[in-house]
Design a protein around this ligand. Structure first.
Ligand code: SF4
Length: 437
């Protein structure tokens, strides 16, 4: 009989010290929801890649402006785009917008955002109900008192009739007043009342979950329901979504509502969404950023992609790592090079995606001096370490971790671009694919 020999190798002193594990918790299991049909269709939940979505801020009745913004968002990488449907003129415009988008090859599914009169708009505008891939409704303002149930059921019936998905989106700013009052009363009567804010969080969770259950009772299957429960404070949001995930397996839309403007909005939403994604919660994300007046709406798409990419969930564009610069760099050469490379990559990507499949996984490093430059450059696929103050005016380039050449002179940026494109051709071009077959 053979016996297993004991492993004579020494125990690994690094095992069990912690750093061997780096990654998010397993994804929370949710029902997979197909949104849209045909070319642009995406799956949300059910283990599918986390979907990036966005929302227009044009008047939907303005067809030209809405078509232009939806296509900008879709071309920036938004996989679902939500539009406001607030009145008859907007509802009447929706099928025309869909048609125009299809004609220019933009097949991104459209989500209609309904408040107060969604039941009426969907009933009065069947072409709108048909053209949308998903209806977003807010259980806090779908109707009030005795009308609430009938208006809610009308929307769900339309979704069933047209085979559409519904997002039930509870929102802190329009929380179901009756439910909140009921929970506040119960809490006040209890022997151990909890904090009023905690009651509000519970109301958010219950509002989303009970509405989803009601939609199922009306005949909308679970694989056509997506839930969100948006709050504007980071810690409240994390608590609410943890609870929604603990109590259900509906596909989850994550977002911090009214995140705000500029860096404040980006940081707050990233903190909240990042923590939840790390815990395995979230199937689609949206950054509710307030743009600068006349600002670029696609920033919310770019930031969402960057969050997913830096956390390792998806890859969208080659990453450019750049050091922040310090007193060792008295010129702006490396900042300019990092910016130029980043812009060049961004503008080349639509073409590269077709010619060089997989190029989005490329890592490029642009570093300012010898301190971290060679080390960081070696970790990238291609890295350049520029000369800091007092260093000799040469820039070593590292390819796949090895020093490959040294660049000098005024054409350094162009020379580096040539090296990057040669590398991309070699690694992701047709030749590399033929060799792999
Ligand atoms: S790599 Fe050099 S220039 Fe860049 S931050 Fe570090 S020390 Fe400063």
């Amino acid at each position: 009989m053979e016996t297993m020999e004991a492993d004579s190798r020494p125990a690994n002193p690094l095992a069990g010290t912690g750093p061997e594990i780096a990654g998010p918790a397993p994804r929370h299991r949710t029902a997979g929801v197909r949104v849209g049909a045909g070319e642009g269709a995406v799956t949300v939940g059910g283990g599918a890649p986390i979907v990036v979505q966005s929302m227009t801020n044009t008047d939907t009745a303005d067809i030209d402006a809405t078509v232009a913004q939806v296509s900008q968002l879709a071309r920036a990488g938004s996989e679902l785009v939500r539009i406001t449907v607030d009145r008859d003129e907007a509802a009447a415009a929706v099928p025309k917008i869909r048609e125009r988008l299809d004609r220019i090859g933009v097949h991104v599914p459209l989500v209609g955002d309904f408040h107060y009169i969604g039941h009426k708009l969907l009933s009065d505008h069947p072409a709108c109900a048909e053209a949308l891939a998903k209806y977003r409704i807010n259980p806090g303002n779908v109707g009030f008192k005795e009308k609430k149930d009938t208006q809610f059921s009308t929307i769900i019936e339309q979704a069933i009739r047209y085979g559409k998905t519904v997002r039930i989106g509870a929102n802190w700013g329009s929380l179901d007043g009756e439910l909140l009052t009921h929970l506040m009363d119960e809490n006040a009567k209890s022997a151990r009342p909890i904090d009023a804010r905690a009651v509000m969080r519970e109301a958010m969770v219950q509002s989303a979950l009970s509405s989803a259950q009601r939609a199922e009772d009306l005949g909308l299957p679970k694989d056509r329901i997506i839930l969100s429960a948006k709050v504007s404070a980071v810690q409240d949001l994390i608590a609410v979504y943890r609870e929604v995930a603990r109590r259900s397996d509906y596909a989850i839309h994550l977002g911090l509502t009214e995140a705000g403007m500029g860096s404040k909005g980006i940081v707050a939403a990233s903190a909240a969404i990042g923590v939840l994604l790390q815990e395995g919660i979230g199937d689609t994300i949206r950054y509710s950023l307030t743009p600068e007046p006349g600002g670029d709406r696609t920033v919310e798409v770019k930031v969402a992609q960057e969050l997913l990419q830096t956390m390792g969930f998806r890859t969208f564009v080659p990453l450019v790592a750049a050091c922040p610069g310090c007193g060792r760099t008295t010129s702006t050469t490396f900042q300019e090079l990092a910016r130029d490379i980043q812009n060049w990559i961004a503008t080349s990507m639509p073409e590269w995606k077709k010619t060089y499949p997989g190029v989005e996984g490329l890592n490029v490093a642009v570093m300012g001096c010898i301190v971290n430059g060679p080390g960081e450059s070696k970790h990238a696929d291609i890295g350049i370490s520029l000369p800091g103050t007092g260093e000799s005016p040469s820039a070593p380039v590292f390819i796949d971790g090895k020093k490959a050449m040294t660049l000098r002179g005024a054409n350094l940026a162009k020379d580096f671009e040539t090296i990057v494109i040669d590398y991309i051709e070699r690694r992701f071009g047709q030749g590399a694919r033929n060799a792999a077959e």
